[in-house]
Design a protein around this ligand. Structure first.
Ligand SMILES: C[S@@+](CC[C@H](N)C(=O)[O-])C[C@H]1O[C@@H](n2cnc3c(N)ncnc32)[C@H](O)[C@@H]1O
Length: 338
């Protein structure tokens, strides 16, 4: 049984059950009507992979890859604890983590956007794992868990938790989020985080960032990034990523003491290589000195980067690795922290 209060009301959920009080505003990578129609098709019996392929393979190829590529679960073997135990997947999205994980372990999927949660449930029913996933349709900040989790997955979510709300400064919201996650782990439990690196080499060399879709803003120190984004007239900056030392600092401040970093190439979404840093980045530097990195892409729309850009990344990784510094410029991180 999963026990929590939602905005003060006590709730108990068994595996396979759902609680839903989702919110209107939220992260969307396709329209609500599009996703509702997709869920209807799946519930009418069309295999979900086929329905997703028909709808997005040509029209939204990057989204299609993000939803279904096997690489989405590559971190299971490299970063998840061998026996993750009861796992909370915060910001479960299209179910890329919770659904495959549920084949082996009990999972709680928490996702505030109603139609995304409906997709997770419909796809999980077809895959025969719905009975192993407890679903919560709510904002994580509105839920206070009494249950404690052995593992909490936060994949592509920390950068967004400050957005779609106006109660708090977005970066304060990120700090509060990490503190809450720390408090809801069992002693010895692990946070598993996937996020882009503010100082990823490709961003420093002018590749658009994955959240704003423009170059040379998200990679700036936060106060400058806020200022430059405000000057574009698109409202205040709400999505923030961090460098290795910044993210370490946030995790320590939240109470984490065991913090292991991994470099993810080309990124944490579709990783082909996940390499543990070692205490000071030495493992990743040794790997980068001896190996070619997989081709990187524009993380906003998935388009390939020009061959000359790719070559210049490769040369610079090598140079930085020789100086013992390339780990600081990995495109994305996975983190295992407790
Ligand atoms: C970029 S998507 C990542 C989805 C999925 N984890 C993945 O790996 O593809 C970010 C997700 O975080 C969710 N999210 C954002 N703020 C949240 C919050 N305060 N509580 C729970 N989920 C949140 C969004 O609804 C969205 O599904």
């Amino acid at each position: 049984m999963i026990r929590f209060t939602h905005q003060g009301h006590a709730v108990t959920l068994a595996p396979g059950e759902a609680f839903s009080l989702p919110r209107e505003q939220g992260f969307r990578d396709t329209s609500t009507s599009d996703l509702v129609a997709l869920v209807d098709e799946i519930e009418a019996g069309r295999p979900w992979r086929e329905a997703v392929h028909t709808r997005y393979a040509a029209a939204k190829p990057w989204l299609h890859r993000i939803i279904g590529e096997p690489a989405r679960t590559a971190f299971f073997d490299r970063v998840l604890p061998p026996d993750p135990g009861l796992t909370l997947d915060i910001g479960a999205g299209w179910g890329q983590t919770c659904r495959p994980l549920a084949a082996r372990h009990p999972v709680v999927a928490l996702e505030p956007v109603a139609e995304r949660l409906a997709f997770i449930r419909a796809a999980a029913r077809q895959d025969g794992v719905a009975g192993r996933i407890a679903c919560i349709g709510a904002d994580y900040f509105d839920v206070r868990f009494e249950t404690r989790f052995a593992t909490i997955c936060v994949i592509g979510v920390l950068e967004w938790v400050g957005a779609f709300q106006n109660h708090a400064d977005p970066q304060q919201r990120q700090r509060d989020f990490l503190r809450k996650v720390r408090a809801e782990l069992v002693p010895g439990g692990s946070l598993i985080l996937g996020i882009e690196n503010r100082l990823g080499l490709k961003y420093l060399l002018g590749c658009p960032d994955d959240h704003l879709g423009v170059p040379h803003i998200a990679s700036l120190p936060a106060p400058l990034a806020r200022k430059h984004w405000a000057q574009t007239g698109q409202g205040p900056l709400q999505a923030f990523t961090y460098s290795w030392p910044e993210l370490q600092g946030l995790l320590r401040e939240a109470g984490f003491t065991r913090i292991e970093f991994f470099g993810a190439f080309p990124d944490y979404k579709l990783p082909e290589q996940i390499i543990a840093f070692g205490d000071h980045g030495e493992n990743l530097n040794a790997w980068l000195a001896a190996n070619e990195v997989p081709a990187e892409h524009n993380g906003y729309d998935g388009s390939p980067l020009p061959e000359t850009f790719q070559q210049s990344l490769q040369h610079r990784y090598r140079t930085l690795a020789a100086a013992g510094a390339a780990h600081r410029f990995a495109p994305s991180f996975f983190v295992r922290a407790g």
